[in-house]
Write a protein that binds this ligand. Structure first.
Ligand code: UDP
Length: 140
């Protein structure tokens, strides 16, 4: 399997409950390496750009409001098959459907406030990483 990188966000519902370390422990136990990480407060324009793919969806406004409601931790994760692997570790979007042991099953509050984001493809991972990190901030 190829070593690759994915982009992760620990969302405001999780930073608010002081769960950054607990979520990072799940990530690291799953064999993914955190090769870049910083805590930021996104502004509205950054959040709208990040979720532009969802701009026609009914939940877009709520999603943007949520993502700027408090600090987030943005991360680059590295490992074998990292994009697919992290999606497995996160669990389903709706925590009620998420598998046991996944981050969303353990910690998500609802389908909207679901604790983490992970890229859904290698192409999107590259775009999302570039939105938040300069190359020299990622140390593999
Ligand atoms: N979301 C929401 N309501 C929905 C579906 C999604 O608020 O009915 C939010 C939720 O925070 C989700 C994000 O929009 O994580 C992006 O949705 P997507 O379908 O891409 O899910 P993900 O890839 O995050 O599992």
């Amino acid at each position: 399997m190829a070593t690759e990188r994915t982009f992760s966000i620990i969302k405001p519902d999780a930073t608010e409950r002081n769960l950054t370390g607990a979520i990072n422990a799940v990530i690291e136990k799953a064999g993914l390496r955190i090769v870049a990480q910083k805590r930021v407060l996104m502004n509205r324009r950054e959040a709208e750009t990040f979720y532009a793919v969802h701009k026609e969806r009914p939940f877009f406004g709520e999603l943007v409001d949520f993502m700027i409601s408090g600090p987030v931790v943005v991360q680059v994760l590295e490992g074998d098959n990292a994009v697919v692997r992290y999606r497995e570790v996160m669990g389903a979007t709706n925590p009620e459907s998420a598998a046991e042991g996944t981050i969303r099953k353990l910690y998500a509050k609802s389908i909207g406030e679901n604790s983490v984001h992970g890229s859904d493809s290698q192409d999107n991972a590259k775009i999302e990483i570039a939105q938040f990190f300069a190359g020299n901030e990622i140390v593999g």
